[in-house]
Design a protein around this ligand. Structure first.
Ligand code: HMG
Ligand code: MG
Length: 284
C-alpha cells in the first residue's frame, strides 16, 4: 500500500481572507460543503480575528453555523487571542489554531505583538482550549523569509516551534508566507526545527509566489513531514505580507504526491469541482 500524506485544506480561510471584494456567506458555505465531499480530514474554514483587520472573515460564525458537517472532518478556525477562542467555542469549531511568526517584523504587522508577547498571549488560549478538549494547532509564519526583516534564521523558527510544542499544540505548521524559500533553505530550517519537534508533529505550509512550493514540499518530505497545507485553486495570500501569492494549489500538490507514489485519499473530481468554484469566487 502506498504511504499516506495528508493535505490540510486551508482555502476557505487562507485563500478567501485575502480577497478584497466581499464574498457572500452562502458562497463560502457552498465551497466548504463541496470540499467536505473530497476526503479531507481537516478543513480550515474560519478565522476569529478582529473584523477590522480582516473584514472578509467577519462572518466566520455564520459560516460554521451554515455548513453541512461531514462525519470525520474537523472544521478548524484561527484564534489569535481569548476573544477569538470564545467566538470559536460559541461557533463549535472542532479545532483551533494560534498563529505566530519567526520574525519580529511580520509578528508586529500581522498580530500587533512581538514574538514573545504573542507567545504569552497564546498561553491562556491553549490552556483554556485544553480545558474544553479543543485541539490546538500552531502556525509559524516567515520560516525562511520575512517581507519586513529579510531572511530568517532557522534557530528563530526552532525557538518558536519549541515554545508552541511546549504549550501543547498537537501540530505545528511551518509557513513560507511569501513563498521565497528554496528547497535547500527549507531543508536547513527543518534541520533546526527537528531538534525541537519531531516530524510527526510538523506540517509544511508553502505559498507559491516564486513557483517553488512543490520543490519545497519535496524537501520537507525528505525530512519526514507528512502533512501539507494547501488551498484549492491556489486561492489566497496574506493581507499583511505584501506580495504573498496564494497557497500552493491543493490539486497540484495531490498530483505531485501521486507522481511520487504517495496516497492522499482525495477524490480528484470533487477537488476539480471545488477549484472551479474557487476560481469563480475570485473572479467575483
Ligand atoms: P489589536 O488591535 O492589538 O487588539 O489587534 P486589541 O486586543 O487591542 O483589540 C482591538 C479591537 O479588536 C477591539 O475592538 C477588540 O474587541 C477587537 P474595539 O474595542 O476597538 O472595537 N478584537 C476582536 N474582535 C473579534 N475577534 C477577535 C478580536 N480580538 C480583538 N479575536 C489582533 C490584535 C490579534 C486582534 C489583530 O492584530 C488581528 O486580528 N490580527 C489578525 C491578522 C490576521 O488574521 N492575519 C491573517 C491570518 S495569519 C496568516 O495568514 C498566516 C498563515 O496562513 C501562515 C503563513 O502563511 O505564514 C497562518
Ligand atoms: Mg498562509
Amino acid at each position: 500500500m502506498a504511504e499516506v500524506v495528508e493535505i490540510f485544506e486551508v482555502g476557505p480561510r487562507d485563500g478567501l481572507q485575502n480577497e478584497k471584494a466581499h464574498i457572500p456567506t452562502e458562497a463560502k458555505i457552498a465551497l466548504i460543503d463541496c470540499l467536505s465531499r473530497a476526503g479531507f480530514r481537516r478543513i480550515e474554514v474560519a478565522s476569529f480575528v478582529s473584523p477590522r483587520w480582516v473584514p472578509q472573515m467577519a462572518d466566520s460564525g455564520q459560516v460554521l453555523a451554515g455548513i453541512r458537517r461531514a462525519p470525520g472532518v474537523s472544521y478548524a478556525a484561527l484564534t489569535p487571542n481569548m476573544t477569538g477562542l470564545e467566538r470559536a467555542i460559541a461557533a463549535q469549531a472542532d479545532e483551533i489554531a494560534v498563529f505566530g511568526s519567526a520574525s519580529e517584523g511580520f509578528s508586529k504587522a500581522n498580530i500587533n505583538a512581538t514574538i514573545d508577547e504573542s507567545l504569552e498571549r497564546f498561553r491562556p488560549v491553549t490552556e483554556a482550549a485544553r480545558e474544553v478538549g479543543l485541539p490546538v494547532r500552531g502556525y509559524i509564519s516567515c520560516v525562511t523569509d520575512c517581507p519586513y526583516d529579510g531572511s530568517v534564521a532557522p534557530e528563530a523558527v526552532a525557538r518558536v516551534a519549541g515554545a508552541l510544542d511546549a504549550m501543547g499544540c498537537y501540530e505545528i505548521s511551518l509557513g513560507d508566507t511569501i513563498g521565497q524559500g528554496t528547497p535547500g533553505r527549507v531543508a536547513a530550517m527543518l534541520d533546526a526545527v527537528l531538534e525541537a519537534v519531531p516530524a510527526e508533529r510538523l506540517a509544511g505550509h508553502f505559498h507559491d509566489t516564486a513557483g517553488r512550493a512543490l520543490g519545497n514540499i519535496e524537501a520537507a518530505l525528505d525530512k519526514g513531514l507528512r502533512v501539507f497545507d494547501a488551498a484549492v485553486g491556489g486561492l489566497g495570500g496574506c493581507p499583511f505580507a505584501p506580495g504573498a501569492a496564494g497557497n500552493v494549489a491543493t490539486e497540484a500538490v495531490a498530483r505531485r504526491l501521486a507522481e511520487l507514489g504517495l496516497e492522499t485519499g482525495l477524490d480528484m473530481a470533487v477537488i476539480a469541482e471545488a477549484a472551479e468554484m474557487a476560481r469563480a469566487l475570485r473572479a467575483g
